[in-house]
Design a protein around this ligand. Structure first.
Ligand SMILES: Nc1nc2c(ncn2[C@@H]2O[C@H](COP(=O)(O)OP(=O)(O)OP(=O)(O)O)[C@@H](O)[C@H]2O)c(=O)[nH]1
Ligand SMILES: [Mg+2]
Length: 441
């Protein structure tokens, strides 16, 4: 089965918690802090596997979780890192953030890797918080949460030349003539149900990739026949070849076929319709084709396109066709996906925003939320460290300005805090977890 779209959820491993521990040695009554750091959480990455042709595997498995980092322990032992998870994808896979629609990666080359969810950093153990003035810290960080996101994957085959035509025009016969591809050929419409790639070596030894896609018919943009969704697989071609049944074996006028195809292409994407194109007048072994060649040639030439008479069945005209096509391919210039723009990290990490939601004030910010998640609410030292951060970043000041008074409920990263009086702080107030851990436990 050919699958060219998938939606998956990826969750990287959380970092392991840092440890609070003190050395115990014989004859040393109060050993120093020796709590080790937590291990890093495993990441989730996508990797291009040139042996793959579709996103079918992701039909069956849509959730990927990497392992969490292990907690640190005493004697300064660092926790073990979590194992990564690797998802293999075919070349030509585009990765979008499902929520924002932003293009995150365009995966083309074999072995190319994109880390789509980074594992959380391990929390630091209490050994790291020791200083000359603070020799016995009783706090450690919790691990940073692993990134989590919904991804939309879309496969757009990487080909240089796209073959477009009505069913039975001879596209598959043609591609089988000069490449090793062996798509099914049969005298009934819609023989080809999935796009297929064929590779040709041009006279200079360069590879030129052809895409044979299912036939289009009038109304394809409205879903008639197999519809026009397969056109996405020629979006990255630098040259389009319209393959016509020049003998009109099914009773249609080959020129009318061409205009229908051009209109369908235009309806699918005006931008794609502007791509360089030429016309292969196929089935020249049949007398009907030959008899009509002059008229067809003149009409196509009037549109400014090159015309190549061929017979995919007998091989007549194929050499000239291959030469003309490979000569016009602009290798390595396969156009980028035009309809999307890459937007990464639109907000600076340190930025934050305060919103009022009824009685609650909510503070959002990438770095702030990460900090809060790594803070152990049960540790007074950790909470006071968080408050120093709020002051440094101007968040405490901003809370006062936004109207926070003692007793105000403040939510950050799904954690409930109270803004309470604290004369040791510059603002005269500090955030404390709203449920004292001693009452919870
Ligand atoms: N006489 C003659 N018949 C041809 C030629 N090329 C293809 N055919 C025949 O036309 C029919 C359709 O050929 P295919 O290659 O399957 O056509 P297609 O364009 O891939 O069709 P779909 O996959 O259905 O879209 C088959 O019976 C072929 O043998 C040709 O040059 N001359
Ligand atoms: Mg076919």
């Amino acid at each position: 089965m050919f699958v060219d779209r998938a939606q998956i959820r990826v969750k990287a491993g959380d970092g392991g918690a840092g440890a609070v521990s003190f050395r115990r040695e014989k004859f040393v009554p109060n050993g120093g802090p020796d709590g080790g750091d937590g291990g890093r959480g495993g990441s989730v990455r996508l990797k291009v596997d040139t042996g793959m042709r579709t996103l079918m595997d992701l039909r069956y498995r849509r959730e990927f979780h990497a392992e969490a980092g292990h907690p640190g322990t005493g004697s300064n032992r660092r926790g073990k890192d979590g194992r990564d998870v690797e998802i293999r994808v075919p070349p030509g896979t585009l990765v979008y953030d499902a929520a924002s629609g932003a293009l995150l990666a365009d995966l083309r080359a074999g072995g190319q890797v994109y880390v789509c969810a980074r594992g959380g950093r391990g929390g630091r153990g209490n050994a790291r918080f020791a200083s000359a003035v603070h020799q016995a810290p009783r706090m450690a960080e919790r691990g940073e949460p692993g990134a989590e996101r919904q991804l939309r994957l879309e496969l757009k085959l990487l080909a240089d030349v796209g073959l477009i035509g009505f069913p039975n025009a001879g596209k598959s016969t043609l591609i089988a003539r000069f490449t090793a591809a062996r798509p099914r050929v049969a005298p009934y419409p819609f023989t080809t149900l999935n796009p297929e790639l064929g590779v040709l070596r041009d006279p200079e030894g360069q590879e030129v990739v052809f895409a044979d896609i299912p036939g289009l018919i009038e109304g394809a943009h409205r879903g008639v026949g197999l519809g026009d969704r397969f056109l996405r697989h020629v979006e990255r071609c630098s040259l389009l070849v319209f393959v016509l049944d020049a003998a009109g074996t099914e009773g249609r006028d080959p020129l009318e076929d061409l205009w229908v195809l051009r209109r369908e292409l235009e309806a699918y994407s005006p931008r794609l319709a502007q791509r360089p194109w030429l016309v292969a007048l196929n089935k020249q072994d049949l007398p009907e084709a030959r008899a009509d060649l002059a008229r067809q040639r003149a009409a196509v030439a009037a549109q400014g396109a090159d015309v190549l008479p061929v017979s995919a069945a007998t091989g007549e005209g194929i050499d000239a066709f291959v030469l003309a096509v490979t000569g016009r391919v602009r290798r390595g210039e396969s156009p980028p996906v035009p309809e999307v723009q890459t937007v990464l990290n639109p907000r600076p990490r340190a930025a934050f925003e305060i919103r009022r939601e009824g009685a609650v004030m909510r503070v959002e910010g990438v770095e702030l939320e990460r900090r809060v998640r790594m803070t152990d609410p049960g540790s007074e030292e950790a909470i006071s460290r968080l408050n120093r951060y709020l002051e440094r970043r101007g968040i405490a000041r901003a809370l006062t300005r936004a109207g926070a008074r003692p007793g105000q409920r403040v939510v950050i990263a799904a954690t409930d805090f109270l803004w309470v009086e604290d004369m040791e702080r510059r603002e005269g107030c500090a955030l404390v977890p709203s449920y004292s851990p001693s009452t919870v436990r």
